[in-house]
Design a protein around this ligand. Structure first.
Ligand SMILES: *Cc1c(COP(=O)(O)O)cnc(C)c1O
Length: 451
């Protein structure tokens, strides 16, 4: 492991995290990890954004994803000794995150090579390993409960699969997630328990909230949750922006340019927040494009200065169907609530289903690369914008957030060909579903959890 001993942190004391609502005392990473949200209802953010040293940034192209990740993690987390952080990162990031050249100056950061084929594996696996580290020290066991509309459940289930001292309960709405997603959640077994709820996603979420508010249950089962606002899922997402930049540096100059635009397909805006932190730490990203589908509350907010959250509408890029993005409060905090300042770093654009389909089709025709609907929203946003002349001398890094095979219906409609499932999905389809069916009734859930 390389040691960046030349990095000077003269003012670095303990790294603390504060609530964006400002009414709660600073806490350690461990505290923020276990509690998820501050007791004033706000999301946790770092008290200060740490800086990369010039020596670290100048030798990035010689570093591995592992080395970069350890450095990022140790700048935020000072309660886990470095040797253990290395171990956590080895276990969490056991898949590659390649930067792939699509065409012209467009590169895709393929974040989907983890077990559930979406970028949420990165955060879920890191969070599971850090929780497990603290639990081993305390000789304690916990139960993690989550409600899912599809993708989060499979990432959390896989991320926490066979992690010691943690059992996971995933609630999903019966018949309302895709067959593939259901298999991904219900075929693991061991410490993963799938509960099929006769009801909607909202019913599942309500049951989870009731469970987390039930003191008896929380005490008896050491109940907590692994939702996406947890810092344990956000911090690891900073690492791959740095890794993308490191990979870009190794590409010949004729193909790439040092001015970088990062395009982030966005729903709850966690991925974008992590990218903004990477920039704040000194990573030279010139601009971010936040690409949403028709759920355009953030593009509208940037345009009008007025934020009007509303119920989400269903689109082809369903993991981004969010009408009130939870991480926006972190972004507002970072920019002192000043929309004009946000706009100097971020452009927000909304892409329709029509444009998404068209992007998948046209990109496939030209390059044979198959974009998933979420990544297509990102690529399309860049293309719309790049009609402006000043962007010619830039490299574009699009966060490729999912593998296309997770969305066969949409992709087949776009390219007019049958999708072949990768082995990891094909295998899950042939395994036997194991789940417990319950009505949307809290007493039944509680009895099950205490049995
Ligand atoms: C969750 C998700 C997103 C949105 O990410 P946020 O961090 O919530 O903005 C984009 N694409 C895919 C495939 C996802 O699963």
């Amino acid at each position: 492991m390389k040691n960046f001993s030349t990095i000077a942190h003269p003012l670095k004391s303990q790294m603390n995290f504060i609530s964006v609502n400002g009414k709660s005392t600073p806490v350690s990473f461990r505290h923020a990890l276990f509690s998820g949200i501050a007791n004033d209802g706000g999301l946790y953010v770092p008290e200060n954004i740490p800086s990369f040293s010039p020596s670290f940034l100048s030798q990035l192209e010689n570093l591995s994803l592992h080395e970069i990740s350890v450095e990022v993690a140790s700048l935020f987390i000072d309660e886990i000794p470095k040797a253990h952080l290395e171990n956590i990162i080895s276990k969490a990031f056991n898949f590659p995150i390649p930067l792939v050249h699509l065409e012209e100056k467009i590169f895709l950061l393929e974040l989907f090579h983890g077990p559930t084929l979406a970028f949420k594996d990165v955060g879920a696996r890191f969070m599971a390993e850090t929780l497990s580290f603290f639990l081993q020290q305390e000789k304690k066991e916990i139960t993690v409960i989550v409600a899912t509309s599809g993708d989060t459940g499979s990432a959390v289930a896989n991320g926490f699969y066979n992690v010691p001292n943690i059992s996971v309960v995933v609630l999903y709405p019966s018949g309302k997630i895709s067959p593939l997603q259901e298999k991904q959640i219900t075929t693991l077994g061991n410490n993963i328990h799938a509960i099929e709820v006769e009801g909607t996603f909202d019913d599942c979420q309500k049951l989870v909230k009731q469970a987390l508010a039930d003191k008896e249950l929380v005490t008896k089962r050491n109940l907590t949750t692994a939702n996406s606002i947890n810092l344990g899922r956000l911090i690891p997402q900073i690492m791959y922006y740095v890794w993308a930049f490191a990979q870009l540096r190794t590409i010949p100059k004729q193909v790439r340019n040092d001015n970088i635009i990062a395009v982030v397909p966005s729903g709850n805006f966690g991925n974008l927040t992590a990218g903004l932190y990477a920039k704040g730490m000194g990573l030279p990203i010139q601009k971010f494009i936040a690409a949403t589908n028709s759920n355009d509350v953030v593009p509208e907010y940037f345009h009008t200065g007025k934020y009007s959250p509303r119920p989400s509408i269903q689109t082809y890029s369903n993991a981004m169907d969010v009408g009130n993005p939870s991480n926006l409060s972190r972004i507002q905090f970072l920019y002192g609530n000043d929309v004009q300042k946000m706009k100097t770093d971020i452009e927000a654009m909304s892409i329709s289903d029509e444009e998404t389909l068209n992007e998948i089709r046209e990109t496939y025709k030209r390059t044979k690369y198959i974009l998933d609907p979420h990544t297509a929203v990102g690529v399309c946003a860049f293309r719309k914008r790049s009609q402006k002349p000043e962007v010619r001398n830039q490299s574009i890094i699009v966060a490729a957030t999912a593998h296309y095979a997770k969305f066969p219906e949409v992709v087949e409609k776009a390219i007019g060909e049958k999708i072949i499932l990768p082995p990891i999905l094909e295998n899950a389809l042939h395994k036997t579903k194991q789940s417990t069916f319950i009505p949307a009734n809290y007493d039944e859930l509680k009895a099950l959890l205490l049995s």
